[in-house]
Design a protein around this ligand. Structure first.
Ligand code: SAM
Length: 272
């Protein structure tokens, strides 16, 4: 395991290390996905965002379903065996390693998150298949060089890696495109970029209000919505896999199941 991330800050004796009175992204997400690893402040913030944006639960489920389909596609059809999953979240059903190792047990997964509660639950993320490997780095996406340096000791960076940024880039207010470029510069040809990012093109004001109320409530980290064009720009220089950047419920959906569009757009791109 990596050392305590700089962004987590040194915890003083008696201090509430988890800052349980402040809604935190990983815990609110856990509540939206039906988990129990959250506090009252997280539940209140989640319920508030559902009251402002009733399709919030649908969006959270569509995000996880996209993550599962993308990992199955990459491990299955595309033969990817290494995954760098940044912004992992609290363990839930079908975490990246479980999906990937069901397809190919030898897959190696490196998880990265900066939340102390995710770190505390990391054991559940490290239950690798005997043939594969799972690791956890406690680090902040604002420090891509540190993530690359630590991941480089765990993954073979001369072989393709799927860099997964699912539901995290909206927590980076500025400089997010440069961070993605830095990460993709560090991985070889054949590597993939997997992104899912909230937007407001589908539900307009409801989605904007939800982001605004989160930011005004003091929820951490803050949320920045981006347009599909800004999301597509993360893939500049990469070859976008079909169907391109679309609402995540529409990315390679299970045939015959046509879910409504949600305000989270996603894509998978290949480094040439
Ligand atoms: C909305 S959850 C998404 C979890 C998971 N990827 C999914 O899609 O279900 C966002 C996660 O990103 C993490 N996160 C947010 N900002 C981060 C940062 N700057 N560095 C590392 N992790 C971050 C949060 O702690 C949280 O676990």
């Amino acid at each position: 395991m990596g050392e305590q991330g700089a962004a987590s800050g040194a915890v003083q004796p008696g201090e509430d290390a988890l800052k349980s009175h402040i809604p935190h992204s990983a815990r609110v997400w856990n509540y939206l996905l039906g988990g129990k690893d959250n506090f009252e402040a997280d539940r209140q913030a989640a319920e508030h965002s559902i009251s402002v944006k009733p399709d919030m639960l649908e969006q959270a489920r569509a995000d996880r379903a996209f993550l599962g389909r993308a990992v199955r596609y990459l491990a299955g059809d595309e033969g990817i065996r290494q995954f760098l999953d940044i912004g992992t979240g609290l363990p839930t059903a079908d975490n990246t390693h479980q999906v990937a190792q069901r397809v190919a047990p030898e897959c190696k997964i490196v998880y990265v998150d900066h939340d102390p509660l995710v770190l505390a639950h990391a054991r559940a993320l490290l239950a690798s298949s005997p043939e594969g490997e799972c690791h956890y780095i406690d680090a902040d996406l604002h420090e891509p060089d540190r993530i690359i340096a630590e991941a480089g000791t765990l993954l073979d960076l001369t072989r393709p890696v799927a860099v997964m940024l699912v539901g995290i880039l909206h927590h980076i207010e500025s400089g997010s495109h440069a961070i993605v470029r830095r990460l993709m510069d560090a991985v070889p040809s054949g590597s993939r970029l997997v992104i899912n990012h909230p937007t407001s093109v589908v539900h307009g004001e409801r989605s904007k209000n939800s982001a605004r109320t989160w930011n005004e409530s003091g929820g951490r980290p803050t949320v920045t919505l981006r347009s599909p064009e800004e999301i597509a720009a993360y893939f500049d220089g990469l070859e976008l896999d079909e169907p391109g950047v679309v609402s995540c419920s529409r990315w390679r959906p299970i045939p015959q199941i046509r879910e409504p569009e949600v305000d989270a757009f996603c894509g998978v791109g290949r480094k040439p």
